[in-house]
Design a protein around this ligand. Structure first.
Ligand SMILES: [Zn+2]
Length: 290
């Protein structure tokens, strides 16, 4: 049976990305052009065409304003999970404020979608060596899995010492972390599960990386993208660093086409399913090792 990879969408609008947070204040958000609803509906159609299921890690801020959208995502068979309230990075919070953030977000997501929320993705993959308490807090707040670690060196994020594949960060608990996919290229780890790697480089690189993970490592890949990445018509943010702007706006018009290939070339499913299967695999490995 082929491996089922984890497909995910981080549901936030064009003005909520980490790269622009020094330019656009949170209190300006509600006055800006709201494009997330339309972009997510386009993604739902793209997934339906390939019979792919996915997890939508959604901001509480978005869920509060787009209840019908959350119902529609759930109605089409996808998982609703948490991306935190307003994209505050975990290492900017303490255990108490983090607990409050994920509890508040979960309540709004569950009320809007009518489904239970068990998964979490940290804004900008911000669970790293600075936040050793974060997984414990997630487990205590009733979450079952997280996909919040990028086990690479990167200019905005990364925890290069972390495992490339599923691990159990909380002793005595089934809580599981599913790091975003990396590939090994010339002995180095590359972030290969989405972001600039997917949008800026030719699709062949991503196909090669996911195949490497499935065939050589025999593990499911974890892939992510954002609704704004399929939206070439989004407003341009002036004043952000050139490097951020280059990365944000490159190949937006090609993204939908690339995604159509991606969803057809591999088997994709929800992250809660990946968490379940990886949990079972880790348990079996442990049993074999005695
Ligand atoms: Zn995000």
């Amino acid at each position: 049976m082929p491996l089922v990879n984890g497909l995910s969408v981080d549901v936030e609008d064009w003005f909520q990305v980490g790269a622009f947070e020094d330019v656009i204040e949170r209190d300006q958000w509600s006055g800006l052009d709201d494009r997330v609803d339309r972009n997510v509906r386009q993604i739902l159609d793209l997934f339906d065409a390939a019979a792919a299921r996915a997890t939508f890690f959604t901001l509480g801020w978005v869920a509060q304003r787009h209840g019908p959208l959350l119902l529609e995502i759930a109605r089409r068979g996808h998982e609703i999970a948490s991306h935190g309230w307003d994209h505050q990075r975990v290492f900017r919070m303490n255990p108490a404020s983090f607990a409050a953030d994920i509890a508040r977000t979960r309540k709004v997501l569950e009320d809007a979608s009518g489904t239970s929320v068990i998964g979490y993705r940290a804004p900008s993959f911000s669970i790293d060596a600075r936040t050793p308490w974060a997984h414990q807090v997630l487990a205590e707040e009733g979450y079952s899995y997280s996909s919040s670690v990028a086990p690479v060196v990167h200019d905005h994020y990364g925890w290069p010492e972390a495992s490339r594949f599923a691990f159990k960060p909380v002793e005595g608990s089934n809580f599981i972390e599913l790091p975003v996919t990396t590939a090994i290229f010339r002995g180095k780890r590359l972030a290969a599960g989405g972001g600039g790697f997917f949008r800026v480089l030719p699709y062949a690189f991503s196909r090669w990386a996911i195949r490497q993970v499935n065939r050589t490592d025999r593990r499911p890949a974890v892939f992510y993208f954002h609704p704004w990445e399929i939206d070439p018509g989004q407003p341009r943010v002036a004043g952000a660093p050139l490097r951020s702007r280059l990365r944000h706006y490159t190949n937006l018009e090609r993204m939908s086409g690339k995604l159509e290939h991606l969803v057809r070339d591999f088997h994709w499913g929800r992250m809660d399913g990946v968490a379940k299967r990886e949990n079972l695999r880790l348990r079996l490995e442990r049993a074999v090792q005695g």
